[in-house]
Design a protein around this ligand. Sequence first.
Ligand code: ATP
Ligand code: MG
Length: 439
Amino acid sequence: MTIKVPPEALQACAILKEHGFQAYLVGGAVRDSLLGLEPTDWDIATDAVPDQVEELFPGSLPTGKRFGTVTVFVAGRGLEVTTMRSDGPYSDQRRPDYIIFTDRLELDLARRDFTINALGYDPLARRLIDPFQGRKHLRRKLLATVGEPTHRFREDPLRMLRLLRFQATLGFRIEKKTEQVLPKLAPLIVTVSPERILAELNKMLLGRELLSALQTFTISGLLQKVLPELAACRGLPAGPQHPYDLLTHSCTAAHFAHPDLALRWAALLHDLGKQHSLGRDHAELSAAMAGQLLRRLRASSSLISQVTALITYHMFSVHPHSSDRALRRFLGQVGPELALALVKLRQADMAGMNAPVRQIIAFGKEMEARLRAILQEESALSLKDLKLDGHDLMAALDLKPGPIIGEILNYLLEQVWENPDLNETQTLLELARRYLRTS
Ligand code: ATP
Ligand code: MG
């Protein structure tokens, strides 16, 4: 039984052991290596207390010292070294009332959430420590809590969302008893901080098996508590030509969306407004509702603005056979980056209507080719690309500042969208004079 351990993690364990301490790799890294995946970060459990860890690794950072975590650096690589602990009782459903450091790995593994996360590995002896059948559950692709699910979810209700997150990212099934207790405990999720909830949802959304996780999310009643606006879409019509109800449409769209966080959120929330309006204005309504939802979860302003922009424009009407002029206008209105992302969102939306895969792929390819061709010609797409600005207009045509300047500029941009060759200062001035004479 060997796990490929990076040399820095191995060295950190060796240093601890040389000084008479225990050292094990634990958590996600052991799980992911056994699954043949590349772990992102390596966590080490030890019986050395934080002060001793800091002494052994000069330049380390006390990143979570209260809970026994010190980040140490070996050859430039950061590793989290945590003192093994056993959690005391939880009275506030957030964190244990007290923690007790321990020199028994089994106790440290017992406080962990799921059996597949409760594995330890001694990289020097090359020995796996598996007191809760984690290995077997990895083979069977099964998610089960360490110990009694009701008790473990009550201690920390966030674990229910972590369960969904692992269902989405690993594509595992949920063990029967673990799944059965969810509806009863779902209401407890409201005691968890929005930041912790968002972190798990973000990871869940990027999962390969998102649709199954969203189904559990719905059936368990957790969705109703965490994202009530989305839960309200259940059973509502999504509109003509839609084979699914509004919630299934949204979940399917998110599942098939390109795995980018903003896109997945946008696909999931793009039709929230349809519960109030099936008209074209649902896009703006959905964007407003999505913005409010994400602010409640304390999402970053950059994520919120990306998601709301995508949703605001998701009903865009250009298609692979639109005129160059229409495509230039679209690119001018939303900018190249958003335009390309909107194409991906439309593909997700089509998947959410059960459109044929061939059609979805063709739409994406053709739209991208058309948009890229237009970007290559470097024609004027927005006002700032015109070879003249408001000051030039006022000077040349002896005009005063006022709405007429904007009106003329927009007229000129329309002309240039139609025919990019017109974007020459003298030509534009001539067009502006003609516009003034006829308007
Ligand atoms: P990844 O880092 O790949 O997202 P991970 O399993 O490492 O996945 P983390 O959130 O980094 O997840 O947590 C590290 C380990 O700590 C987990 O594997 C698990 O053993 C334990 N753990 C994390 N959060 C909890 C929790 N809320 N309750 C119990 N144990 C937890
Ligand atoms: Mg981790």
